[in-house]
Design a protein around this ligand. Structure first.
Ligand SMILES: *[C@@H]1O[C@H](CO)[C@@H](O)[C@H](O)[C@H]1NC(C)=O
Ligand SMILES: *[C@@H]1O[C@H](CO)[C@@H](O)[C@H](O)[C@H]1NC(C)=O
Ligand SMILES: *[C@@H]1O[C@H](CO)[C@@H](O)[C@H](O)[C@H]1NC(C)=O
Ligand SMILES: *[C@@H]1O[C@H](CO)[C@@H](O)[C@H](O)[C@H]1NC(C)=O
Ligand SMILES: *[C@@H]1O[C@H](CO)[C@@H](O)[C@H](O)[C@H]1NC(C)=O
Length: 403
């Protein structure tokens, strides 16, 4: 690393040290990201500690207009599409089992993370989410712990901004212990855990509540109302609503009114659509045009329709692509991510369900997939993260302050 780079790092840290860890300081999240990006990028910086706090404001004014570029130059990971129950590893589940004294069927109180892993893996793919929720759900301390552990996992993966999603209804109960909380309490517990994790790891994190396909439209409205009630700009707060679940058997039609209501009421929304080989471009079309979703989860089927692709580009709709997850759906889905790039659509890279039970992936592994299979360059990958950062629902947008 060059000496001048070090001194840039040094002066930046001198200018803004007070922003680290203070989410509500002047420039908020953005500055925080820029600094954490620098610290990560450069390793340790010996210039910290030599600063004099007097010139902060003056220098801040000058550098203000440059700030938005910093995260892009130094590239850090941004993840918008990751499921909480798909991201908790067996070690954390084991810890929670022990803390709760949970008896797993056929196992009893587990004696190792491997036993917990066997318990979860006994269920078939879709039901594994239930198994995980049985362990973390219905108990506020366990929910907090899981949320905090999630942030630690993201920090370890180099993800500095993230939005995590889950179904509060499912998280609010556990039949293993006959325990339950209200959905609102569950969401607040997630927020608390995320906030603690954010403070200790220097990661910005917000949450998105999932309405589930297969539930009634009325239940979707209830989830939208819960999200509206708990909507918050605080660290860990609720910033949007998602529609998730089985798209094949429960297509968009029944949920259009609900998702549109959520959007019209001031929530940011994203909709899982066009993810499976059973879906078609019309599913992505209705998510964007009827539900008016801000972002689309996956969206692979969209590439079947040139007119839709054109509209997605024109409207700057961000697609939450998930490489490893796509690969599991088949080569067609991964090829779709390649088409996103070819057609200059806005999209990000996400792990979806990184834990061993599901996608068994990481941000780095997903980058390797797009670079190995789709010839993505480092620049392409950074562009994807920059796009995701722009499409985020949480945090302040400094670029708006500039104009
Ligand atoms: C939970 O409740 C069910 C039905 O009420 C009962 O059969 C079961 O033994 C209970 N489990 C625990 C762990 O208390
Ligand atoms: C669609 O995907 C499912 C599950 O991934 C797979 O079993 C099936 O063979 C695929 N169907 C086609 C027509 O490719
Ligand atoms: C998960 O991924 C790791 C690293 O890529 C690999 O070594 C391991 O075999 C995978 N495990 C499963 C269960 O797929
Ligand atoms: C990636 O590059 C290789 C070698 O240049 C080429 O054969 C392959 O078709 C490319 N793949 C994609 C998806 O563009
Ligand atoms: C979030 O919703 C607001 C209000 O509809 C909208 O102006 C904004 O563009 C949305 N944010 C994103 C990132 O889509």
């Amino acid at each position: 690393m060059s000496k001048s780079m070090l001194s840039v790092c040094g002066s930046l840290l001198c200018l803004f040290p007070t922003s680290i860890g203070q989410q509500d300081s002047l420039a908020g999240d953005y500055l925080h990201h820029a600094i954490m990006g620098f610290v990560k990028h450069l390793g340790s910086c010996s210039y910290i500690g030599l600063c004099r706090p007097t010139s902060f404001r003056m220098a801040l004014g000058k550098l203000w207009s440059l700030l938005w570029i910093l995260p892009l130059i130094h590239g850090f990971r941004v993840e918008l599409h990751v499921h909480l129950d798909g991201a908790i590893g067996s070690d954390i589940l084991f810890e929670i089992c022990r803390a709760r004294g949970l008896q797993l069927p056929g196992i009893g109180v587990p004696r190792s993370a491997e036993e917990v892993q066997h318990f979860v893996e006994r269920s078939s793919s879709w039901h594994r989410f239930d198994a995980v929720n049985e362990i973390i759900g219905g108990d506020l301390a366990s929910i907090r712990l899981a949320a905090e552990a999630f942030v630690a996992f993201q920090a370890k993966s180099g993800v500095l901004y993230t939005e995590v999603r889950y179904d509060p209804v499912r998280l609010a109960r556990s039949q293993l212990q006959n325990a339950s909380t209200t959905e609102e309490e569950a969401v607040r517990a997630v927020q608390e855990g995320l906030a603690v994790g954010a403070a200790s790891h220097g990661v910005s994190v917000y949450q998105i509540l999932c309405a589930m396909r297969g539930k009634s439209p009325k239940q979707c409205f209830e989830m939208a109302q819960l999200a509206l009630k708990l909507q918050s700009k605080e660290m860990g707060g609720v910033v949007g609503l998602d529609l998730a679940g089985d798209e094949t058997d429960f297509p968009n039609a029944a949920y259009v009114d609900c998702m549109r209501y959520a959007k019209d009421s001031g929530l940011n929304t994203t909709v899982h659509s066009g993810e499976f080989n059973t879906t078609q471009s019309k599913d992505v079309h209705s998510a964007v045009f009827l539900m008016r979703a801000d972002r689309v989860g996956h969206g692979y089927a969209a590439v079947q329709d040139a007119q839709l692709v054109h509209e997605l580009r024109r409207r700057q709709i961000h697609l939450e692509a998930c490489p490893k997850s796509a690969l599991r759906h088949g080569a067609w889905a991964l090829r779709a991510i390649h088409s996103f790039k070819e057609h200059q659509l806005l999209f990000g890279l996400n792990t979806d369900d990184p834990s061993l039970f599901f996608c068994n992936t990481s941000a780095a592994a997903d980058e390797a997939i797009v670079s190995d299979y789709l010839n993505f360059t480092v620049k392409d990958i950074q562009a994807a993260y920059a796009s995701a950062y722009k499409a985020r629902f949480g945090g302040r947008d400094l670029t708006q302050l500039l104009v």
